[in-house]
Ligand binder design. Structure first.
Ligand code: T1G
Length: 687
């Protein structure tokens, strides 16, 4: 049964797609669309056509799960489908709801008219898959919406709302009410219009760029930082340049060549892998399908510091009331003040209205009364990272929280089972590890304790979606997934300093690899003093020495680097001096350190730790580890995450590299048996 059906309404042929969940343009849909247009052309009684989709959305693009399979190349391919639609002798109206994305927007652009409900979104997110719109989108979009908007939409992948699309001429009519009914009425209005408006034949919106070809380099310059390391954005710009410089027929040829070049590259494979990895992360293995989530109507947050405030904002922004508790009024006022300031900053960027800020802050109940938490369905503790303090807080919570309330800790490292054991209800305890700044970072590690109940887990995962987080389940081990893998990286980075590398060299290698910053820049941003024993007289390592002289990082304008008033880093002679003192003290011979050695000792060891995490069952799947590192630590998505990258690098090469460095990795280093086994068996972690 084809997912495409047709039926007549008077002299309008209605072509309906029903291919859940998102009407992806798989082979059967493509075939059905061409057949429907041929039916319309062959039937004289048909005066116009409406293409509409059932379910949550209009076509959300090509079927990504077909990529790399024969189905992706099965005829008709999408370029043929869109050209056939545009060639229809009757006006074709696209009736858009949900997300007309990628190939879906290309189908709409090939239609002669587009109508949409105001809530619809239109976009070409292919660049997020390491690609470009490969079915005429880079040629038709600039002709319909203008070159600047096409550049913005294609190179960033960010969609526009229907209202904005209407203003740009991308949508011909906004539909309030029943979409099909109004689309048919619109088809009646245009059924006799000739010639039919074909996007591929339009030219007027290309003139601006012809008169000012500099806009392309302006665009490149303005986005250079954002596009750093990615191949696809530049290819999108080049394809749109071809739209301006060449006739349509030649422009689509250039588009196809650029598309195929990207599709055969490693970045596209990594980004497509990540599309599915992100969605798989929300699935919890071994839980009964029908596990019902608990009802969360009010959230309690203990601690109004940086984390407590950021965590609270997530729920307030999602319309969930929050009771936030502090020990002292000034700390409470400071915390709520920072939240308001953050909201106002977001509003100043036009991302929220003042009214929305008021609504969010209106849902906040600040209090010094710990017992007020008894009205909450979920309580998240965000207090000082110390086990005794955590246990004391959970002991108190156990006495006042209502039955069935979920008790969560925002600890970044500590043992959730030990915290849970300080209550009489360990089944209601879970770790919710937010990343700083908690109102911005997308990642949430949901730490599953030995006794955490299934419905507590399901509740946490569903709530994460509601507050727009990507949640990953982690087991109870020191540092869970993300921070646990950070430890070998930071440890090796520190050892490399002693042996001859400089903070600048190590960080340069990581930035060139695609990380937003290196281990030492990150330490300075987070605070060199995090976890420091606070005793300036006790100096056992380089970090102690820095902390003892107040070099706590950016907040002190000095850490592993010196910082100017604009927080720009520069190498520090003082730090070099301290490193040399420790080299002498520990009798380490300085030597030349290669960039490859830095990769092997800081990144290969991370992969190894990822394998140890999988071995220990602290992550459900390798792709979850990749989701953690991409959303939590800025690992470049075009490398797919540490485990996908390891597969690309080749596991035998990783094992060989680690063995080559083993002597320098320290006595605590343990080579993962799983990693060795997979390398020897020619297996991979992620595919
Ligand atoms: N192909 C295959 N499966 C898809 C899919 C797609 N395009 N989009 C979504 N799914 C699956 C997804 O894996 C999940 O499956 C389920 O649908 C629900 O998705 C030539 C080459 C549309 C905004 O990049 O952005 O067109 O996990 O959980 O949050 O130019 O999905 O349930 O098994 O994300 O409501 C361009 C990708 C393709 C859009 C809905 N299009 N999709 O979000 O649900 S390339 C895209 C999305 C292209 C042409 C090129 C979102 C969504 P499962 P979901 P959602």
């Amino acid at each position: 049964m084809s997912p495409i059906s047709t039926h007549r309404h008077d002299d309008v042929l209605i072509v309906t797609s029903n291919n859940p969940p998102v009407n992806a343009l798989g082979h059967a849909v493509r075939e059905g669309l061409v057949k429907a247009i041929e039916e319309a052309d062959a039937d004289e009684a048909v005066k116009a056509v409406v293409i509409i989709a059932q379910g949550q959305t209009f076509f959300a693009g090509a079927d990504i799960s077909e990529f790399g399979t024969p189905k992706a190349f099965a005829q008709p391919m999408l370029p043929q489908v869109v050209d056939r639609i545009e060639a229809c002798t009757k006006p074709v109206v696209a009736a858009i709801h949900g997300t007309a994305f990628g190939g879906g927007l290309e189908v709409a652009l090939a239609c002669h008219y587009r109508v949409a409900v105001p809530s619809a979104k239109l976009g070409v997110p292919e660049v997020k898959l390491g690609l470009l719109p490969g079915a005429g989108g880079t040629q038709r979009l600039p002709r319909v919406a203008g070159v600047r908007r096409a550049l913005e939409m294609a190179a960033t992948g960010n969609p526009v709302g229907a209202k904005e699309a209407y203003a740009a001429g991308l949508v011909d009519k906004l539909i309030e009410g029943d979409l099909l009914q109004h689309a048919v009425a619109y088809a009646h209005e245009v059924k006799d219009t000739r010639p039919l408006p074909k996007s591929s034949e339009r030219d007027e919106k290309l003139r601006e760029a012809r008169e000012n070809p500099g806009i392309f380099d302006e665009f490149r310059k303005a986005n250079a930082k954002k596009f750093r390391g990615f191949d696809a954005p530049e290819f999108n710009v080049r394809a749109i340049e071809a739209a301006v410089a060449k006739p349509y027929s030649e422009g689509v040829t250039t588009e196809r060549q650029l598309f195929m070049e990207l599709m055969s590259g490693t970045q596209a494979k990594a980004q497509q892998y990540f599309f599915f990895a992100e969605r798989k992360a929300s699935k919890i293995e071994g839980l009964p399908e029908d596990t019902k989530p608990r009802d969360i109507r009010r959230v309690g947050v203990i601690g109004a510091g940086t984390m407590g405030g950021g965590i609270s904002m997530n729920f307030l922004s999602a319309g969930i009331p929050v009771t936030i508790v502090e020990m002292a009024q000034d700390a409470l006022d400071r915390g709520t003040g920072v939240m308001l300031k953050n909201y106002q900053a977001t509003a100043a960027k036009g991302k929220m209205t003042a009214e929305q800020v008021g609504q969010a802050m209106g849902l906040l109940k600040p209090t010094l009364d710990f017992d007020a938490l008894s009205e909450c369905d979920l309580i998240i503790e965000a207090v000082f990272e110390n086990m005794d303090v955590k246990k004391e807080v959970f002991g108190r919570l156990d006495k006042i929280a209502k039955p069935g309330a979920i008790l969560a800790s925002n600890t970044s490292y500590l043992n959730i089972d030990e915290i849970a054991a300080s209550t009489s209800r360990p089944q209601d305890v879970v770790g919710l590890h937010f990343f700083s700044p908690a109102n911005v970072m997308k990642l949430l590690e949901v730490v599953r304790g030995a006794k955490t109940a299934p419905d507590v887990l399901v509740t946490a995962m569903q709530l994460a979606k509601k507050i727009r987080k990507v949640a990953v389940v982690a087991g109870v081990c020191y540092g869970f997934i993300g921070n646990r893998m950070l430890i070998p990286r930071q440890t090796q980075a520190m050892r490399l300093l002693l042996e001859g590398a400089t903070p600048e060299q190590v960080d340069r290698v990581h930035v060139e690899f695609g990380m937003p910053m290196g281990p030492f820049q990150m330490a300075d941003l987070a605070g060199v003093d995090i976890g420091w024993h606070r005793d300036p007289s006790r100096i056992e390592n380089i970090r102690d020495a820095l902390c003892a002289i107040d070099r706590w990082g950016q907040k002190k304008s000095a850490g592993f680097y010196d910082y100017d008033e604009k927080r720009r880093p520069s190498p520090s002679a003082k730090v070099q001096e301290i490193i040399e003192e420790f080299r002498t003290r520990e009798g380490v011979q300085e030597r030349e350190i290669s960039d490859q050695e830095i990769i092997e000792r800081t990144l290969y060891t991370m992969v190894n730790e990822g394998a140890l995490i999988l071995e220990g069952g602290f992550a459900q799947r390798a792709s979850d580890i990749d989701v953690v590192w991409i959303y939590g630590y800025g690992w470049p998505v075009y490398r797919g995450g540490p485990m996908f990258w390891a597969d690309t690098e080749g596991l035998p090469k990783i094992v060989e590299g680690i063995r080559r460095q083993q002597e320098r990795l320290g006595v605590d280093f343990k080579l993962s048996e799983l990693l060795v086994r997979k390398a020897e068996a020619g297996e991979k972690f992620t595919r």
